[in-house]
Design a protein around this ligand. Structure first.
Ligand code: SAM
Length: 306
C-alpha cells in the first residue's frame, strides 16, 4: 500500500490516534467542563476523568460522542437532561451508592451554569457522596475576559426571561447592581433584549460576544444604545451569544423604564406619537423603533383609561 505523505493527513491521523488509558478514579460525582466550541479547549484532567469514569452523564449523547471520539475515549454514556433528570437521578444515586465514579458533562462549557446538574449535585451531597469539580471553559468567563469591561465584580444573570413584562422586571431588579453584568442570549432574541437593556439600564458600555472560540468568533463593543441600534438594523445574528455590560456610572442619573415612560408622557402631551418618539429617541440615544413601540403602548394605555 502506498504511504500517505500528505503532512496534513498525517497530523489528522495523529490527532485521532490520541487516546488515554482508563485509570483509577475516586468514587463520587465529577462535574466536568467541556469546550464551548473549539474542541482543543479541553483539559487533560477532563479527558482523564472521562476516560476513567464508570459512567458519563451527558445532555445529548450525540454531542458528547463528538468530543470523546476526537480523543479516542469510549466511556459508557447516559443521557441526563431536563426532561429525564427526575427519572434518571435515583439510578445515578444508586450507582454512586455502589462506589461508582460518575462524570457529569453538558453539551458545552461547565455543567450547572445555565445547564442541568444542580439537583444531582445537591442530592449527591445529601447522600454523603464526594463531588469533584473538574474546571474548564465557560462562555460567561470567556466573554468577561475579552469584553474589556471591569472584572473585579460581576453578576452572572444567565438568560433573561422570554416574556417582555418579566424581562423588564428582571432588568429593573439588576439595574442598580454595582457590578459588570454577564447575560446569556440567543441570536433571535438579541435585538429585543438589547433594546430593553438599553431602555432599562441607560448609557452603559457593553459587548456582544458571539461564537466564542469558534470560526466566526466576533466581539462587538459599544454603548447599549449603539449595540441595540446596530442589531436592529443588521437583523438577528447567528450563533451563541453572551452580553457583557459595564457597571452603572455612579455619577450618571439612573436610567429606568419609569424614566423613559416619564419623558414620553411629557412629550406625548404636546407632540404627535411619531414626533414624541423621535424626540425622546434623540434625547436618550435609544433606538427610535423601540421608543416608538413604548410610546404606542403608553398612548394605548392612556386611550383605554380615557
Ligand atoms: N454551561 C454553558 C457554559 O458554561 O457556558 C452554558 C450553557 S447555556 C445552555 C448556552 C448559552 O451559553 C448560549 O445560549 C450562549 O448564551 C452561551 N454560549 C455557549 N457557548 C458559547 C459560545 N461559544 N460563544 C458565545 N456564547 C456561548
Amino acid at each position: 500500500m502506498p504511504q500517505n505523505r500528505d503532512p496534513q493527513s498525517r497530523d489528522a491521523r495523529r490527532e485521532h490516534s490520541f487516546s488515554l488509558e482508563p485509570a483509577a478514579l475516586a468514587p463520587g460525582l465529577h462535574v466536568v467542563a467541556t469546550p464551548i466550541g473549539n474542541l482543543s479547549d479541553v483539559t487533560l484532567r477532563a479527558l482523564q476523568v472521562l476516560a476513567s469514569a464508570d459512567l458519563v452523564l451527558c445532555e445529548d449523547t450525540r454531542v458528547t460522542r463528538r468530543l470523546i471520539e476526537r480523543y479516542g475515549l469510549k466511556p459508557a454514556l447516559l443521557a441526563y437532561h431536563d426532561h429525564n433528570a427526575a427519572a434518571v437521578r435515583p439510578r445515578v444515586l444508586a450507582r454512586l451508592g455502589e462506589g461508582a465514579a460518575v462524570a457529569l458533562v453538558s453539551d458545552a462549557g461547565t455543567p450547572l451554569i445555565s445547564d442541568p446538574g444542580y439537583k444531582l449535585v445537591e442530592a449527591a451531597i445529601a447522600a454523603g457522596h464526594r463531588v469533584y469539580p473538574v474546571p474548564g471553559p465557560s462562555a460567561a468567563l470567556a466573554a468577561l475576559v475579552a469584553a474589556g469591561l471591569p472584572t473585579d465584580r460581576f453578576l452572572f444573570e444567565g438568560f433573561l426571561p422570554v416574556k417582555a413584562g418579566q424581562r423588564r422586571t428582571r432588568i429593573g431588579e439588576i439595574a442598580s447592581v454595582p457590578a459588570t453584568l454577564v447575560l446569556y442570549e440567543s441570536g433571535p432574541r438579541l435585538t429585543r433584549s438589547l433594546a430593553d437593556l438599553a431602555a432599562g439600564l441607560g448609557a452603559r458600555p457593553a459587548a456582544v460576544c458571539r461564537e466564542l472560540t469558534k470560526l466566526y468568533e466576533e466581539i462587538r463593543r459599544g454603548s447599549l444604545a449603539e449595540l441595540s441600534a446596530h442589531y436592529a438594523k443588521a437583523g438577528p445574528p447567528k450563533g451563541e451569544i453572551v452580553i457583557v455590560i459595564g457597571p452603572p456610572d455612579a455619577d450618571a442619573p439612573a436610567a429606568s423604564f419609569e424614566e423613559l415612560d416619564r419623558r414620553l408622557e411629557v412629550a406625548l402631551a404636546k407632540l404627535s406619537l411619531k414626533d414624541a418618539a423621535a424626540a425622546i429617541a434623540a434625547e436618550t440615544g435609544l433606538p427610535r423603533r423601540e421608543v416608538y413601540r413604548r410610546a404606542l403602548a403608553l398612548a394605548g394605555a392612556r386611550g383605554s383609561k380615557e
